[in-house]
Write a protein that binds this ligand. Structure first.
Ligand SMILES: *Cc1c(COP(=O)(O)O)cnc(C)c1O
Length: 478
């Protein structure tokens, strides 16, 4: 299996290179040259065998990375380290829970993808990405600096995935004052020497600017969802849902920000799984305008919402979606060039392409902040089940749309509500009522905790210069 750029300028790239790169040299994103299809027989065997989550990850990765690059035993070892060493708090890795909608009282499954070390779904892919990076670095005796900008959850999950690993340092930039208390403490309490954290006086889009300026850079790589490896590994949790819901066609309701998880889902569909996706966004509406109206716009002013990990105006994975469903690097490059030059520009997507997207992603729902609060309230009141603000957008979507198709519905829960007890309080439910401070108390009491270990990047200072100085400092120790 080799990789190419969504814009057609780069071909024949091995997995290793896609793993360690951010953007391709032509500005595009890496995608597999072909999406491997699974036969109906293989799929029904997997359903019959009820494959475990780690086994599914193995089977999926095996189809996207050749044995030549990553032998079977090495892959198995990476997966073992990522998922079987106590890093997830349930044996099944994914949690499954039954809930009801307000409208029909009809049951559906909530897939809790927050049982990893930092309680968001980012842990699922990143814990393996760290292991894969370590494997390839060791093999070639190389060193690496991982550079991450985060709007909330990616930073802590990325830190946990490489904390203490040999040959890798990580630099994380987060928007000061715009993330929850738990999210911040999870990032600033790491004592590992290879972890470097900056609190930036700006938005998550602002801090992407100096980060982008560091690319392409020798021995520097990104771990945001522009990274192909994350997209690939995330395919596994949708396969898990298909298998453990009994091998029936599914409608999956998905909290969506940069659309990385959505693209993993679309690839899962293209591989042969009969799953449709119903993304939900917050008030940052670029994904919504694209999926429902075929209008592509990238950038604009970020609106702060309680679902902060989705406060994104640059959903870069839409580029992969366009490429995968048009099979046209020319068309992808055309739309991206229109939008990249100015955040005011809108590219109108061809109707035939939009129709094709809709066969897999029939409807997106934009969820206002007041509905996020209100959804958290009704789910708690009616079922004594607490959900995070991101998950609330998907609940709202399912509830609002009723039954769109006859398929079984699954709502993906992308983070633990314990990370967002401030939002739950704002929705009018006190922490005492649902023990909403358990995670916070545990983190504060942890033996390793040393809060405020972050450095500041102030409004008026030169962020790029600070970043470059940190990079040279790290290099001098390598
Ligand atoms: C990252 C994140 C999302 C959005 O996922 P994308 O792949 O960027 O669409 C949703 N919810 C939570 C809790 C997240 O951390």
């Amino acid at each position: 299996m080799k990789y190419c750029s969504t814009r057609g300028g780069v071909k024949g790239v091995p997995f290793r290179q896609a793993l360690f790169s951010g953007y391709a040299l032509d500005g595009g994103l890496f995608v597999p040259e072909i999406v491997p299809k699974l036969s109906p027989d293989t799929i029904s065997e997997w359903v019959k065998a009820k494959l475990s989550y780690p086994k599914i990850v193995y089977e999926i990765v095996r189809r996207f990375v050749s044995e030549e690059e990553l032998p079977n035993d090495a892959l198995a070892k990476c997966i073992e380290n990522a998922y079987n060493t106590g890093k997830f708090d349930t044996l099944s890795v994914v949690g499954m829970k039954n809930c009801n909608t307000r409208r029909t009282e009809e049951g559906f499954t909530v897939a809790e993808l927050f049982h990893g070390q930092t309680q968001s779904f980012k842990d699922y892919a990143l814990s393996l990405v760290g292991q894969l990076m370590q494997y390839f670095l060791n093999k070639h005796n190389e060193k690496l600096i991982v550079l991450v900008g985060t709007s909330g959850d990616t930073g802590s999950a990325a830190i946990k995935s490489v904390e203490g690993l040999e040959g890798i340092d990580i630099i994380v930039l987060y928007p000061d004052g715009k993330i929850s208390a738990v999210q911040e403490l999870q990032m600033t309490s790491s004592l590992a020497k290879n972890v470097h954290v900056f609190a930036v006086e700006g938005t998550s889009d602002d801090l992407d600017v100096p980060i982008r300026q560091c690319f392409p850079g020798e021995g520097i790589c990104s771990i945001n969802s522009i990274n192909w490896a994350r997209i690939m590994i995330q395919i596994a949790h949708f396969v898990y849902l298909y298998i453990h819901e009994g091998g029936e066609a599914l409608d999956i309701f998905l909290p969506t920000g940069a659309a990385g998880n959505l693209v993993s889902g679309v690839i899962c569909n293209l591989m042969g799984f009969p799953i449709k996706f119903f993304p939900a966004t917050n008030e940052n509406d670029n994904v919504h305008a694209f999926l429902n109206k075929g209008q592509l716009r990238l950038g604009g002013t970020i609106i702060s919402t309680p679902a902060n990990a989705m406060d994104i105006r640059y959903p870069y994975n839409l580029e992969r979606l366009i490429y995968l469903l048009s099979n046209s690097p020319e068309l992808t490059a055309k739309y991206m060039t229109i939008c990249e030059s100015d955040s005011e520009n809108v590219a109108d997507i061809e109707k035939s392409l939009l129709d094709k997207i809709k066969t897999i992603v029939p409807e997106c729902q934009l969820v206002e902040t007041k509905h996020i609060h209100e959804t958290i309230q009704w789910v708690w009141k009616t079922q004594k089940y607490m959900i995070c603000p991101h998950t609330a957008t998907a609940f709202y979507h399912l509830d609002k749309s009723g039954k769109l198709t006859k398929n079984k519905a699954v709502v993906v829960s992308t983070a633990s509500p314990q990370k967002f007890s401030d939002v739950v309080s704002a929705a009018g439910i006190s922490s005492a009522e649902w023990k909403g401070d358990e995670l916070w108390t545990k983190l504060k009491a942890g033996p390793q905790v040393e809060p405020n270990r972050s450095m500041k990047m102030q409004n008026q200072s030169d962020w790029l210069k600070i970043l470059q100085e940190e990079i040279s400092k790290i290099r001098s120790t390598h």
